[in-house]
Design a protein around this ligand. Structure first.
Ligand code: FES
Length: 172
């Protein structure tokens, strides 16, 4: 079940500056128009949009929960799952794919214990993502960790690359 499908019944306490912002804007004309700003503040604080926080926003701003969720899902920059400290992104463009990007994704899932693309490792260190062609096809397959690009990556090199970001391989 995704966060969007989850029937939200919990309330989460909002950080004080966000709660105050909602209180300050509540009586302004078109108070609903502050919803995106509020959601941005929540994502900045938590790193994602927790379901309980969305429910609290709905209640405090008196906007139906379905509308809050609808706005949050409309904008691609909002996320409903916690992000890891580092983002590991595998290019899945054609050149990278034919050079084994899919094998890199499978190996990364295995190493990091991540089942689904877009999710984070349990220790909160890594989020695994896939990208479209990043314009470096001659270097395929390409891996990007945060802003650093790794070229011609082989699956056996992944533990060493990840170790630069705090990855500790499980004892065999
Ligand atoms: S397909 Fe990966 S960089 Fe172009």
């Amino acid at each position: 079940m995704t966060a969007q499908e989850e029937k939200v019944t919990t309330l989460a306490e909002l950080p004080e500056p966000i709660a105050r912002f909602i209180d300050e804007t509540r009586d302004r004309p078109n108070a609903d128009s502050y919803l995106v700003a509020v959601l941005q503040m929540i994502q900045k604080h938590f790193g994602y949009l927790p379901a309980g926080a969305l429910n609290t926003v709905s209640q405090k701003m008196q906007i139906p929960a379905a509308k809050v969720t609808g706005v949050a899902t409309f904008y691609h920059f909002f996320t409903f799952v916690p992000k890891g400290k580092h983002t590991v992104s595998v290019c899945m463009g054609t050149a990278c794919y034919v050079k084994g990007a899919g094998i890199l994704v499978d190996r990364l899932k295995d190493l990091l214990g991540i089942r689904q693309i877009g999710h984070a490792s349990k220790d909160g260190q890594f989020t695994l993502e896939v990208a479209r062609c990043v314009g470096a096809c001659a270097l395929a397959p390409v891996l990007i960790v945060d802003d650093k690009v790794y070229a011609n990556v082989r699956p056996d090199e992944l533990p060493k690359i990840l170790s630069k970001y705090g990855f500790k391989p499980k004892a065999e």
